[in-house]
Design a protein around this ligand. Structure first.
Ligand code: HXC
Length: 519
């Protein structure tokens, strides 16, 4: 039988718990939840498996006394932290509560976040941060800045060791934007989240430009224009469910293997549609996304950075249950050329896959690097080198399928065997050459064409001759640069054969502090 003292203690605990659960109070919560937004606790309910959340530091309060802040204390201090499960696997989480002093970052709030980050790193499990905050707690002055710095440091140390994901679900401004940006994937919610280093008011004062918050740093802007966000989601729920989906592809840490899911899709399934998908005319575009979805398990592909640098496609899929990262040129956009944005997008994705033992499968149809002053002046040389570097340094299994064009430097870059790729396959329609036939004859036969009786006819003859000689996969196959020229219908089977063959791949690069990727 419970004693009176125990009863009192339990009642006291219950009262304190209720106080913490109430956050900034019902009025602020009601205001916050307008327009499909969830409360900080509801967000964790959606993200985590039901009943799995264990909260830590629920009763932590700030220690600031400036501006009578000692009279404004809410248990938890504007962030909910702890651990739970996603698809049965442990993850560590923080969720800022905008209803408590605007979710602003106090020294104690930062300490709470750092505590779970340390646990995530020590125990090798993903860290997911849900951000919704007015930034540094103004009343605390630079103490809160120290807190941000501690988080940035942990983000950096944990990079490549555990997956780190950020969901931006409200304001995120000033230096606060840099934690998300160090993490591996940034999810934003349309029309209710924004990120910028300086807001519209400062911009107006300094540059006289007028811009809205949404236009400057909303989900659409960052997922299309800057590439800062990998996903622009419809609402809070969509965002959190998508994070669960992404986690289903990821290992817990860099020493773990990605989870294999059972599939009903046969590994030797013949992909008949691929026989007719690549147009005869090499100038005609087709949708590389269709090639990917035809091949992968159950046609399921989680595309990342869908609306940014659409000339290259990246994302996760599975082959015979095993997660892979897919990188593919998209002939429908800029003819699949590589440019600055595409190089940066794919390079960072490949490095993520390599850090977390996820094989990289590349589908190639690339006419080259995008020419132009804009590209050169903005450093396509350095940015293109990032992609080359990422492919070359990656030690995970790398399987590449060339569907059509693979010209020049872009051929080398896009997961060729020349850059330590393990398996290179080519369709009979592949054109693996130094450059396209038209460009080539213009350079090497300039004088013959100019002096011919009928220059147009002569040029056409020379192009046909060059195509016959070089625009095919067989020169490369003769040299062993291409391992096999395959019937397109066999693509799925051959990719799975290759991944199976490479299952125990061991590849090491010399020990070093770290490489010096051309940033
Ligand atoms: C303390 C804050 C706060 C902050 C908001 N609040 N931001 N308190 N520090 N940074 C409080 C408000 O006083 C208010 O309290 C409550 O949170 C809700 O804020 P509202 O302004 O009513 O909400 P809303 O109208 O939705 O506007 C949201 C907002 C605005 C646009 C984010 O609050 C805002 O501009 N906040 C300040 C942003 C900022 O300049 N932060 C510092 C940036 S410097 P009550 O009691 O009225 O409910 C920085 C450096 C980081 O962050 C560097 C890292 C290296």
């Amino acid at each position: 039988m419970m004693t009176e003292k125990t009863q009192r203690q339990l009642q006291d605990l219950e009262k304190r718990n209720q106080q913490a659960m109430a956050g900034g109070g019902s009025d602020r919560i009601a205001k916050h939840k307008k327009g499909n937004r969830l409360s900080a606790r509801e967000r964790l309910d959606v993200l985590l498996d039901p009943g799995s959340f264990v909260e830590m530091d629920r009763f932590v309060t700030h220690r600031c006394t400036n501006y009578e802040m000692d009279k404004n204390k809410v248990p938890g201090d504007g962030v909910i932290t702890g651990y739970g499960r996603v698809n049965g696997k442990i993850v560590y989480v923080s969720s800022q509560d905008f209803t408590v002093i605007g979710g602003s970052m106090s020294r104690t709030q930062a300490n709470k976040i750092c505590k779970v980050m340390d646990l995530a790193l020590k125990n090798g499990a993903p860290f997911i941060s849900i951000n919704d905050s007015g930034g540094a707690r103004i009343q605390e002055g630079i103490e809160s800045l120290g807190g941000y710095a501690d988080i940035f440091t942990r983000n950096t140390i944990a990079s490549g060791v555990i997956p780190q994901i950020t969901a931006i679900m409200g304001p995120c401004a000033g230096g606060a934007v840099y934690s998300p940006s160090i993490t591996d994937f940034v999810f934003m919610v349309k029309n209710s989240s924004y990120m910028f280093v300086t807001g519209p008011d400062v911009i107006k004062a300094v540059t006289h430009e007028e811009v809205t918050k949404e236009d400057l740093g909303g989900a659409t802007t960052h997922s299309q224009k800057s590439g800062v966000a990998h996903f622009a989601t419809e609402d809070d729920k969509h965002c959190l469910l998508l994070i669960r989906e992404m986690l289903s592809f990821l290992p817990a840490n860099n020493l773990d293997d990605a989870p294999i899911l059972p599939t009903n899709d046969r590994p030797d399934r013949i992909v008949e549609n691929l026989t007719t998908l690549i147009p005869d005319n090499p100038k005609k575009p087709y949708d590389m996304l269709a090639v990917i979805t035809e091949c992968v398990d159950e046609g399921y592909f989680l595309e990342i950075h869908k609306n940014y640098a659409q000339n290259i496609i990246v994302g996760f899929a599975r082959f015979n249950g095993r997660p892979v990262g897919i990188v593919a040129n998209q002939p429908q956009v800029l003819a699949g050329c590589l440019n600055i944005e595409a190089s940066r997008k794919a390079a960072r994705f490949i490095r993520f896959c390599d850090a977390f033992n996820i094989p990289v499968v590349s589908f190639v149809d690339v006419p080259g690097f995008l020419p132009g002053k804009d590209q050169e002046w903005n450093g396509i040389i350095t940015h293109g080198a990032k992609l080359l570097y990422a492919y070359a340094e990656a030690t995970v299994p790398k399987v590449t399928i060339i569907t059509r064009k693979a010209y020049g430097g872009a051929y080398i870059v896009m997961g060729s065997k020349l850059l330590r790729s393990d398996v290179n396959l080519a369709f009979p329609s592949a054109e693996i050459a130094v450059m396209g036939a038209e460009g080539a004859v213009n350079v090497i036969f300039r004088e013959e064409i100019a002096s011919a009786a009928d220059p147009v006819k002569k040029r056409a003859e020379l192009i046909a001759e060059y195509e016959e000689k070089f625009s095919n996969p067989y020169v490369s196959a003769e040299l062993g640069y291409t391992d096999e020229v395959i019937e397109p219908a066999l693509t799925r089977k051959r990719i799975i054969d290759s991944l199976e063959m490479l299952k125990h791949k061991r590849d090491i690069i010399p020990a070093k502090k770290h490489g010096n990727i051309p940033l």
